[in-house]
Design a protein around this ligand. Structure first.
Ligand code: ADP
Ligand code: MG
Length: 461
């Protein structure tokens, strides 16, 4: 029988309709916009997708659902066949996920061409070095799609998540890949802090137009850590206008933030609504398997080989974020090279004992620290974070800032924001004050130790 006798195209359409109703618009556009129905066979539907990466992702994410829906609609078991049509891609181009095991544990591959490196980007922050797991696959795939087609589907894009989860890596990977994919594109990456400082400098130098020129004539604008813009009203205003200009010109913008934008209190509503306009995706901490995969990827290519059990030991003990995983691995590798020995489980356990018990990687959050310190001194949590400057509150506040810096990875800027938007210099000053008081007053140390214990206890609950 010729294949022309079978026609499941209407069932296919209806299947898509049903699937669409269960997906967000973003997810729908991301995965189904580029699928084309090709033909039907006796018990097959052939669809075309733009790449093997797409095929693998669609298979993994949606195939079961598609087959089930088709079965309900047609009453028979229909299988899917995929063909890959990559109209705009050159044949020699390597596609991501083109081979190997489940894509979720593999790094995304980027295209390699000749254009010299963009100096504002780190050369190793590329998709190839980014391990994709359940915790980050949506963000990673969105980032990858943006680097292929800047200024189209996901504009602006905001990637948010806690410290050390890969925000900077991903936003720079977009920059690096777009830089290679689009020969003459102008790509600018800045941290929000640098953006702010340049803006202030421009005002000082009465050089506003130069600043405007720089940021309004780009094809891809990447701004890292926009939580830094809180309370910086004039910079927010400037970014608002930059945003509008670029948006109207269909230029791609990507931002990162350490929390959902809705939780940025000190941000003007109109700028917030701009950030929320496009695609907002989050990064979660990696699960155990992904942590092992990340460690494996980072340890491959090192001079000292590291056994799987050792990587598993690290992955079991360090659960917070990728930066902490890297720190542990770096320490082991440095030790291995120093003593020129392969790293056994025993050595690893001994070398990493401090890190494993270090409060920095035990999910301590600022709120818990503030509450414990406030309570210890009989003060309210609100006053501790607030504006009051009485003696009774100033010391606990400084101590809380000091402890946060000791126990967490938050920058002085971030800590300042958690204390009513204080400047980072205030936080630095507070830490220095506490340090010198601890030197001068031996009774302070045991109090700090007790507070640390209490905070650890409360955090592990
Ligand atoms: P953030 O900006 O969110 O604080 P970074 O992007 O600086 O985090 O990531 C911290 C470190 O962890 C970097 O060295 C980065 O390369 C690495 N990293 C984060 N996520 C991954 C990942 N999924 N795969 C490989 N390395 C990662
Ligand atoms: Mg970062």
């Amino acid at each position: 029988m010729s294949s022309g006798s079978w026609d499941y195209s209407l069932f296919w359409k209806e299947t898509l309709n049903q699937i669409r109703s269960g997906l967000s618009e973003q997810e729908w556009l991301m995965w189904f916009k580029n699928i084309t129905y090709e033909k039907s066979g006796e018990a097959t539907i052939t669809i075309s997708v733009p790449s093997s990466f797409y095929r693998d992702q669609v298979k993994q994410r949606y195939e079961n659902k598609i087959l089930q829906t088709l079965h309900e609609l047609t009453g028979s078991s229909i299988s899917l066949e995929y063909i890959i049509t990559a109209p705009k891609q050159k044949k020699t181009e390597e596609e991501p996920h083109s081979s190997g095991p489940a894509p979720s544990k593999q790094a995304i591959k980027a295209d390699k061409k000749k254009r010299p490196q963009n100096a504002s980007l780190r050369a190793d922050y590329i998709f190839e070095n980014f391990v994709v797991g359940d915790n980050n696959s949506f963000a990673a795939n969105a980032a990858y799609a943006i680097s292929k087609n800047p200024g189209t589907a996901y504009n602006p894009c905001l990637i948010y998540g806690g410290v050390g989860l890969g925000k900077t890596h991903l936003i720079q990977a977009i920059g690096n890949a777009a830089h290679l994919n689009f020969e003459s594109s102008k790509i600018v990456y800045v941290t929000a802090e640098t953006f702010t400082n340049e803006f202030i400098q421009a005002i000082r130098d009465k050089n506003n137009h130069k600043f405007k020129n720089k940021y309004r004539n780009v094809d891809v604008l990447l701004i890292d850590d926009i939580h830094f813009l809180q309370n910086k009203d004039q910079t927010q205003e400037e970014l608002f206008h930059t945003f509008n200009a670029l948006y109207d010109a269909n230029k791609q913008m990507v931002f990162t933030c350490d929390r959902p934008v809705s939780e940025l209190k000190q941000l003007t509503d109109r700028l917030r609504s701009r950030f929320e306009r496009g695609l907002n995706v989050d990064l979660q901490p990696p699960n155990y398997e992904t942590r092992v995969a990340i460690l494996r990827q980072k340890s491959d290519g090192q001079k000292i080989s590291i056994a799987n059990e050792v990587l598993e030991l690290i992955a079991k003990n360090i659960t917070t974020n990728v930066r902490d995983l890297e720190a542990a691995l770096t320490k082991l590798i440095a030790y291995g090279e120093l003593v020129n020995k392969e790293i056994s489980i025993d050595i690893a356990q001994k070398q990493l004992r401090d890190i494993f018990s270090n409060p920095k990687q035990s999910n301590v959050n600022i709120d818990v620290i503030q509450r414990v310190v406030a309570e210890y001194f009989g003060q309210s949590h609100i006053d501790l974070r607030g504006k009051k400057r009485t003696k009774a509150i100033v010391f606990p506040r400084q101590l809380a800032m000091y402890i946060i810096r000791q126990m967490t990875e938050y920058s002085t800027t971030e800590v300042g924001l958690e204390f009513g938007g204080r400047d980072h210099t205030t936080v630095m000053h507070a830490c220095q004050r506490i340090e010198s008081r601890m030197k001068a007053d031996p009774t302070l140390e045991p109090i700090v130790q007790q507070l640390l214990r209490q905070i650890k206890e409360q955090s592990s609950r």
